[in-house]
Design a binder for this molecule. Structure first.
Ligand SMILES: [Zn+2]
Length: 302
């Protein structure tokens, strides 16, 4: 392989967590480790405008800076490259049915915890036992689920145009404070998005073009605790199809990614997608504290 990565870490053009949301949770040594750089580079980043308070940084700024640095040497880039290896899989690997053991649990003892139920039955799969509700009042949800993928043409030229337009905006997927995660105005004003805001933006563009469209939230098999969001849109042939703006962005950065993931004329629903019945704005877990909620989705031997 030729072509040595020579990009230097820089704050230029980077979105920084706004001061009112800044959380100085990461010390300098950890920052250098996350970014794969030395102390002098940290100084240069601070001089360049990286937000620092009492010599501490916001871990989300460090994550976003590292992920989009292009150095290949940062922890976020390496973690992403590892967790997205599956994007190089064959069409069969992306689409063939899978049986999975699903568990969603809270780590707290909050009363009145409400959890979302996985609903792959919405997408041609099954849930055992069959869910009676979309959400349940419980501290754990367990189920055996079967997912299956589908790749179909996105027929509407208008919809294909909107998918291409989004891909061409130069949007960066970033970690944002909860208060900004669903803020679709940041997509155009700052060219940053989460999967929630990107999906909200694209669904609205589809509706503005006259197509029935909604956002959907759920999980991705194999990406730890990743609550994901995507778009469901009704195509010219009357079929509701999946468009996933953020996964197309990710796939565009994975060398050798299956072209189905980035082709604007293909509506791809991978077998890794586990929907809920909720849209962006809904929560896969509602409870009274900040303790994490863990989702485990593991293959079941058949
Ligand atoms: Zn709680």
């Amino acid at each position: 392989m030729t072509g040595v990565m020579n990009t230097e870490l820089s704050v230029d053009g980077m979105y920084l967590i706004p001061p009112e949301h800044h959380v100085p949770d990461t010390d300098r040594a950890t920052a250098a480790q996350l970014l794969g750089c030395d102390d002098r580079t940290i100084d240069a980043l601070v001089n360049g405008g990286l937000t620092v308070r009492d010599d501490r940084f916001d871990g989300r700024d460090l994550f976003n800076l590292g992920l989009h640095s292009g150095t290949g040497a940062t922890v976020p880039e390496q973690a992403f490259a590892f967790s997205l290896r599956w994007m190089r899989g064959s069409a069969n690997a992306l689409l063939s049915p899978r049986t999975l053991a699903f568990t969603l649990t809270t780590e707290c003892a909050c009363a009145d915890t409400v959890l979302a139920v996985p609903r792959p039955d919405r997408y041609g799969g099954t849930v055992t036992p069959p869910p009676a509700h979309d959400v349940v009042r419980a501290s754990a949800v367990t189920a055996t689920i079967r997912t299956e993928g589908r790749a179909v043409p996105l027929r509407s030229p208008a919809l294909r145009g909107l998918v291409e337009e989004f891909a061409g905006l130069g949007v960066r997927w970033v970690k944002l404070p909860d208060a900004l995660r669903e803020d679709e105005s940041l997509v155009t004003s700052r060219r940053v998005a989460t999967c929630e805001s990107a999906s909200r933006y694209l669904a609205r563009r589809c509706r503005d073009a006259g197509y029935a469209a909604t956002t959907r939230i759920g999980w991705i098999v194999g990406m730890l605790d990743l609550v994901h969001a995507w778009v469901e849109v009704t195509d010219d042939d009357g079929e509701t199809k999946i468009v996933d703006p953020v996964f197309s962005l990710f796939a565009a950065r994975v060398p050798g990614a299956n072209p189905l993931l980035t082709d604007p004329s293909v509506a791809l629903r991978t077998n890794r997608l586990v929907p809920t019945a909720l849209s962006v704005g809904g929560r896969v877990a509602r409870h009274g504290c900040d303790l994490p909620v863990t989702v485990r989705i593991n293959p079941v031997k058949e």
